[in-house]
Design a protein around this ligand. Structure first.
Ligand code: PBG
Length: 328
């Protein structure tokens, strides 16, 4: 037991900046951050994303410049998302397997220019799907096993292009094991898997789907993403992903799921990531725009909350701003 008042006065350690810094339990570093980046076809063009203030879809040349800057800021990794032209979308995700597609070219360009920067890529069919779903559609159903076959091939295409880590965000059953086996068989045993382990069917992905024009054409994603009321189920997903060979587990979204993050922290020795998603970022910006909270303070407090709850790594649209802030 700590001493009771007046011998014990917790305020003693809050009395100055120096004391507060000395006793701060949770700290942030640029190396904690994974910066999501959006890439599109073309050259020398940045297309601002209205729903993600400060973010744009970048053509390859500008993407590489951005990666140089993020690397110089000490950012831990980038996480790539490609905007696929409608003409290349179909139900089977054929373009996702094109070694000359936008994704593989983006990976190669970054690894050629900034070889030390960790490149992570999203594995799911939604940007490639004419239905905007993460898997292959049959009637009204999203079929699991046929989708997993394509995702495993997609992971090998990204590995071939030089990706360090593939990040399956689709929530199909068995995909981590299938991807792991495909990477081994394909000669890429060293490529890591960051599993979207507990990815919830959340309203908070809206701004992201605007950015990639990837909203589902019918229905929603509730037959594959987790329902918001469930936390124990996240432990089950974590056990499966771990057994299937995941290297890093992730919870998504972040702030509304801190309890899930905390539970997974107790349950796994693996590194744990969290995704502060587009809707979380957009909420803070919109509120700050009205003058109802201070954006930079909200950024620090939200990032600290995610780290304190158990995240080692934070995928966040604040990555660059926070890394810049930490340099000051
Ligand atoms: C694709 C994917 C999504 C996000 C990351 N990967 C959208 C979705 O599942 O509908 C959302 C990220 C964000 O909102 O910032 N499967």
């Amino acid at each position: 037991m700590t001493a009771p008042y007046p011998l014990g006065r917790p305020r003693r350690l809050r009395a100055s900046v120096g004391l507060r810094r000395l006793t701060q339990e949770t700290t942030l570093s640029p190396a904690d951050f994974i910066a999501p980046l959006f890439v599109e076809e073309g050259t020398a063009t940045r297309t601002p994303i209205a729903s993600l203030p400060g973010h744009s879809r970048l053509t390859l040349d500008l993407l590489v410049d951005e990666c140089r800057e993020l690397y110089s800021l000490g950012i831990g990794a980038v996480l790539l998302f490609a905007k696929v032209p409608d003409a290349l979308k179909d139900n089977t995700g054929a373009e996702a397997l094109n070694p000359g597609g936008l994704y593989p070219r983006a990976i190669k360009a970054i690894k050629a220019a900034v070889p030390e920067l960790v490149v992570m890529t999203d594995i799911a069919l939604d940007p490639f799907s004419s239905y905007g779903h993460d898997g292959i559609v049959e009637g009204e159903r999203i079929v699991n096993d046929a989708t997993v076959d394509v995702l495993a091939q997609m992971a090998v295409v990204h590995a071939q292009a030089g990706a360090d880590v593939v990040a399956p965000s689709d929530m199909m059953d068995g995909r981590i094991g299938a991807i792991r086996r495909a990477l081994e068989a394909g000669g890429y045993p060293e490529v890591g898997i960051l599993a979207y382990t507990a990815k919830y069917a959340s309203c908070l992905y809206g701004p992201f789907r605007d950015a990639l024009d990837s909203a589902p054409g019918f229905g929603d994603k509730q037959t594959y993403q987790m329902q918001p009321g469930n936390a124990r189920e996240a432990l089950r997903e974590a056990a499966l992903d771990e057994a299937e060979g995941a290297d890093i587990l992730m919870v998504k979204p972040g702030l509304w799921y801190l309890d899930v993050l905390y539970r997974l922290r107790q349950a796994t020795p693996l590194p744990l990531a969290v995704y502060q998603v587009s809707g979380e970022y957009a909420q803070l910006h919109a509120t700050a725009d009205r003058g109802w909270l201070h954006l930079e303070n909200a950024m620090w407090e939200s990032l600290l909350a995610l780290k304190r709850a158990g995240a080692d790594l934070i995928a966040t649209y604040f990555a660059k701003a926070a890394a810049q802030g930490l340099q000051r």
